[in-house]
Design a protein around this ligand. Structure first.
Ligand code: ZN
Length: 187
């Protein structure tokens, strides 16, 4: 983990894992620490994710922090202004341009903290998250607890038969599962 805070240094941190693994909670924790240190923080999320609130990032444990909903990753550059710390939640929902956006922000000396799913409901790498993991200075994989057996879980089981990669929802549609209890969807 990087601890140096200097305007000359930018970097990329990625927090990733399955659903219910505490990714947003960890993102909120890091952003709050920066705010407490009087650092200017800008927080973004894709407009697609309005499960709980369109103006806040909200964790499953009901922690929240004000955020800006954006349609494209490019808007993050336009709207981050002078912020030294840029948080991006649900980063898997952005297109491939989010990689270049994160690189540009980090090159400009900003601390970029991305949180998102590393795998989709088929247990396949999700969107641009694999590339972000490759270029990041720091990676945190968060683990959930398997809802079947209680083992550490890093997969997301979809309980509905929907086959779209993106079906936004929470407890009624998804469960955290371990490798052993996860069942790949048919087809
Ligand atoms: Zn299990």
């Amino acid at each position: 983990m990087l601890h140096v805070i200097d305007k000359e240094y930018g970097w990329i941190e990625v927090i990733c894992g399955s659903m219910f693994s505490g990714k947003s909670e960890e993102l909120i924790r890091r952003l709050r620490r920066a705010q407490i240190a009087q650092q200017q923080v800008a927080i973004f999320k894709p407009a697609i994710d309005d499960r709980y609130s369109s103006s806040h990032i909200v964790s499953h444990s009901e922690q929240r922090i004000p955020s800006i909903a954006v349609q494209t990753a490019q808007e993050i550059i336009e709207k981050s202004g002078d912020a030294h710390v840029v948080g991006i939640d649900e980063v898997q929902f952005f297109g491939p341009e989010v990689i270049d956006v994160c690189e540009k922000l980090a090159d400009a000396g900003k601390r970029v903290i991305c949180a998102g799913l590393d795998q989709d409901y088929r247990a396949q790498p999700f969107g641009s998250v694999p590339q972000l993991l490759a270029i990041a200075e720091s990676i945190t994989k968060t683990l959930a607890i398997c809802m079947c057996c209680g083992a550490p879980a890093n997969r997301t089981q979809r309980l509905s038969k929907d086959s779209d990669q993106v079906v936004v929802g929470a407890k009624e549609i998804y469960e955290a599962r371990c490798r052993k209890c996860y069942t790949p969807p048919a087809g």
